[in-house]
Design a protein. Structure first.
Length: 153
């Protein structure tokens, strides 16, 4: 499931919804990304996206993860709008029978969200505003998934 939204999310409530009535889930991995303030340089971050294109890409990324690992369920929630340091930005939940598949799928999803999802970030602080550029390290990290599909153990 994919959601792009402005409002905050409740991690505990999202996990409870994901596993409600399910008895086939043995592991749930949660990743929560938050706005960080690097040495007082960020007062707020504004996230923009292209509606329709963003959701389609998130669905493609999720489908790729599901094709690589046996997951019972998955949730990606990404916020847009103006956020402040400490605010939640992204939630990725992966649920599987076994922990390795849940961990690997969550890592894959975050790596691809960082490098492939069409979001634009602008940070504002005492020094003014700037668009956040892609980090070459993220692209390098993503190459680890170029190998043949990973099997869950």
């Amino acid at each position: 499931m994919i959601r792009v939204q402005q409002q905050d999310f409740d991690v505990g409530a999202e996990i409870a919804k994901l596993k409600a009535g399910r008895r086939d889930i043995g592991a749930i991995v949660a990743f929560v990304g938050t706005v960080r303030d690097q040495a007082g340089a960020v007062d707020e971050m504004t996230l923009e996206h292209y509606p329709g294109m963003t959701e389609a890409e998130l669905q493609r990324i999720e489908a790729e993860a599901r094709s690589r690992w046996p997951m019972q369920d998955c949730l990606i929630v990404h916020r847009t709008g103006t956020l402040r340091p400490g605010d939640n930005i992204v939630l990725v939940l992966t649920a599987s029978e076994h922990r390795e598949a849940a961990f690997r799928a969550a890592e894959f999803l975050m790596d691809y969200l960082k490098t492939r999802a069409p979001f634009w970030k602008r940070e504002s602080g005492p020094q003014g505003s700037r668009w956040v550029e892609a980090d070459a390290r993220d692209e390098v990290t993503t190459t680890r998934w170029d190998k043949p599909k990973h099997a869950a153990e």
